[in-house]
Each structure stands twice: as C-alpha cells, then as structure tokens.
Design a protein around this ligand. Structure first.
Ligand SMILES: *Cc1c(COP(=O)(O)O)cnc(C)c1O
Length: 462
C-alpha cells in the first residue's frame, strides 16, 4: 500500500468501494455470545418464539452465529448512498492543539438529519418490515436519536411508526419530538396509559420520568397487540450491531487505502452498537490471529455496565416482557441518577461485546460527565463539529490517550468513533456552560440494589 501518501483531512470512499455485505463477527468468535433465553422455560429462544416480536429476516440475523458475510439488499445500499460513505477525518487541528505526536482519526456518523449512526440500522429494519408486508413498527427512544432515525426510515418505505419516548426526554427535547412528527411518527411519552405495562409502572411509580427499560416494555406490548406490527430496537441486539458494521467496514477500507493501521480503537458504549460496528472488522482480524489492536469501550461513570456490572443473564427491559440476554448488566431496574445528562443510560450491553470483553479482546473505561463535556467543548472549538454528549465519551478517552503520547513521545495512531452531533442536547450543554453540571458516581450500595433484581436460577449466580 502507498504508506507514504499524504493523508488528506477527510478520507472519502468512492461509491464503488462501499460495502455490499455486512460482516457478522460472531462467525469468527470461538466463544459465541450466549443465546437469548425464554424467561419462562430458560431455554434458548427459537425462531418461532421470536417471530411475533421481530420481522422474520431480522430474527434470522439475530440467531445467525455462523455466516460471516450477509448481503446488504440493493435498496438499503441505495439509501446508504444518500448519506454515506461517512467521512474518516484526520483530526489534524486537534492534534496540533494538543501538541501530541499521536495521529488521531475519527469516523463521523453525524452527517444525516437524525444526527447519528442509528440510521444505518433503522433503514435496514424498516426495509425488512416492508418486505414482510407489515403495516408498521413500534419502538422506544431515549435521547431521541433512534426515534428520529426510525421515523426517517419508515417514511421512506411508507410504514407507520409508533415511538414511545422516555417522558423526561419528551419534555426536555420538544424539537426532537417535532422532527419525528415531521417524518410522520406518532410519539407517546412513556410510561403511558396506552399499554398495560405502562399503566402498571405508573401505578407503582407515580410521577416517574420513565426509563429506556420502561419504554421498551411498552413498545413491545404495542407491537404484539396490534395486527401487522413488529417491534424494532436501535441498539443492544446482535442484528443492530451487524447493520452498524458498515461503519467499521468503510473505516477499514479507507485506512487500507492509505496504509494506515490504528494502534488503538475507541468508542462510546451505550448498548454497544456503534462500537461493535466500528470494531467488528478489526476484531475479526484479532479473532483470526492476524493482527492486534488496543480496543477501548467508554461508558459513563454514572451507568458503568462493563466496568462495574455483572456478566449474567438479565432482562433487557424493566417490564420483563423481553427475553433474557447474557450480558454485562447493572440490573434491569437500574436507572442512572437524574443529574446524568450524557446519554448511554442503558443498564446492559450487547451480548457480543460482553463476550468479547469477557474474553479479553477489549478493555473498558468509565468517565465522568463534566470531563466528557470538557472534551466535547475542546473538540468543538478546534474540529468545527458540535459533538453529541454520547460521542464525547470517546473524545475524552482519545484526548487522554493523545496526551499520554505527548508525555511518552509515542506516535500512536488513534481511531475513534464520532457517533453524532449534539444540536438537540443544548440543555445539557447549557448546564455545563453555567457551571451547574455535577458528577454522580453510584455507590456499591446503589449498584447492589440493581443486582438484587437480576433473575436467579441455576447457572446464573452473581
Ligand atoms: C444511541 C447513541 C449512542 C449509543 O448507542 P450504541 O448502541 O452504544 O452505539 C452513541 N452515540 C449516539 C450519537 C447515539 O445516538
């Protein structure tokens, strides 16, 4: 490869270089992620059991541990071409500001109206729902990026889209809500009285601002109680991680073109889809014994599932209507402190990433939100992009690592995922700018309360 070619600020790919297949990293994993379990029988969920909830093709993808490459249907490729390839940016300005010998690259996924990587999976999930002749889909959204992406994807295919939005976000982010409605989605604050599980949660916790786990339970109920509807999820599931591998595949092709090999790959981790998507092709090389990378998942100190959670089977939702997944979890009833503004508030983690982490293929770090916003501000001022708070977790660690290189003189190549923009997060930025942002790290006792609610059965001891 032309290793000495001068590296441009932005590396784009030609359309002809865009991926035509997603890469399923599970195929190369010796220790496969544990299967989803039926909470009643404690047996692996079968295709037929999952069909009432998810589209058939997506169930196949969810259960597929063996096919390394899965074709991206033409229509999805076409949609991808509207806003992809996303740029791989050499952060020359940040490097100069930090006076670091490190070479920093980021893959920017915020160049579409939804403002994040979530559209990569939303369009795939909407496509399969349409193919199956469904009327519509239901989902939950926390910060709003997923709901926005899904409403865009559904309007493209003429599908009905029903979004349960965590009540605090619904109230704090009216503009997110209106973008979704502009794309034709019906948005309901969760918990709501439109579902049995919502009414139950409201009766037990009157006045609650809701949580992602609650909203998932409501959306699943809405899907399974309406003819011609299925449920879709924007993170955590293996199918979502699969669709997000378009990020890593493009990155790898772009880097290969210039002979760039990252030493370190950093990403923020909520449910794990962007990080999993970014690292998959690189982890594939590690799994096949071809190369090694230093991979770091970054999570909020206020929702530390990898760094402080337990690797056990747990419910994916608060209402316990979903299957059990084996993952690093804080317990399905864990809700981060209300002062937490930075997103990434899901209690669990992708079972693929959980297994890779457990097997030592990656490490994890937790960071406090004031430090995250400090990094966000520093980045915004030199790189010209206002980052999402979620993405800024990765920026924090990328900057920390670049500063270490400054001390040691090492010229490491650092790659991180910049998952989105923060235009709808100005309440959080305002808090930071006013010096009113505080850090809350849960105590061991706080976490224990969540662990106590993890289901106990033989083989699932904490
Ligand atoms: C949803 C979201 C995340 C976290 O989700 P993952 O599944 O962990 O990738 C990160 N960044 C942005 C901008 C998001 O919208």
């Amino acid at each position: 490869m032309a290793a000495n070619k001068e590296i441009p600020y932005k590396i784009y790919l030609e359309e002809s270089e865009m991926p035509r297949q997603w890469y399923n990293v599970r195929a190369d994993m010796k220790n496969k992620p544990a299967p989803l379990l039926n909470p009643e029988t404690l047996k692996p969920m079968t295709f037929d059991e999952l069909r009432p909830v998810f589209c058939d093709e997506l169930v196949k993808q969810e259960l597929d541990d063996t096919d390394a490459y899965i074709d991206i249907p033409e229509e999805i490729q076409k949609f991808y071409k509207m806003y992809r390839p996303s740029p791989l940016v050499r952060a020359y300005c940040l490097e100069e500001k930090l006076q670091t010998p490190a070479k920093i690259y980021y893959k920017f996924e915020g160049n579409n109206t939804s403002g994040s990587h979530k559209l990569n999976s939303a369009i795939a999930q909407a496509y399969y729902a349409k193919q199956q002749g469904l009327k519509g889909v239901t989902t939950e959204t926390g910060a709003g990026q997923w709901g926005t992406a899904l409403s865009m994807a559904c309007s493209y295919f003429g599908l009905d889209c029903q979004v349960y939005m965590v009540k605090v976000s619904y109230e704090q982010k009216p503009f997110r809500r209106e973008v979704m409605r502009t794309y034709g989605a019906k948005v309901t604050p969760s918990p709501s009285d439109t579902t049995a599980v919502g009414r139950k949660i409201l009766a037990e916790h009157p006045g609650t601002g809701g949580s992602l786990g609650c909203a998932i339970s409501e959306a699943v109920e809405a899907a399974t109680s309406q003819e011609g509807y299925r449920y879709v999820l924007g993170s955590v599931l293996s199918q979502v991680l699969l669709h997000q591998t378009v990020i890593g595949l493009e990155t790898k092709t772009a880097m290969d073109k210039y002979g760039i090999v990252p030493d370190m790959i950093i990403g923020c981790a909520g449910g794990g889809s962007n990080l999993g998507g970014l690292i998959s092709p690189f982890v594939g090389e590690m799994l096949r014994g071809e190369r090694n990378y230093d991979i770091i998942a970054v999570e909020p100190a206020s929702c530390p599932s990898l760094t402080r959670g337990k690797f056990v089977y747990d419910f994916c939702d608060t209402g316990h209507v979903c299957p059990l997944a084996k993952m690093y979890t804080l317990g399905s009833e864990f809700i981060p402190s209300p002062n937490h503004a930075g997103g990434l508030r899901y209690h669990g983690m992708s079972s693929i990433l959980s297994q890779l982490y457990h097997d030592g293929y990656m490490t994890a770090r937790s960071v406090e939100q004031t430090a995250v916003f400090e990094a966000a501000e520093q980045f915004a001022r030199v790189e010209g992009i206002l980052p999402a708070p979620e993405s800024s977790h990765a920026i924090r660690v990328a900057i920390d690592e670049a500063l270490k290189c400054k001390e040691t003189g090492e010229e490491k190549t650092i790659l991180f995922g910049l998952t989105g923009t923060g235009y709808f997060d100005m309440v959080a930025y305002e808090k930071y700018n006013n010096g009113q942002m505080t850090d809350y790290i849960p105590t061991d006792a706080d976490l224990q309360a969540g662990f106590d609610r993890i289901p106990k059965f033989p083989g699932n001891e904490i």
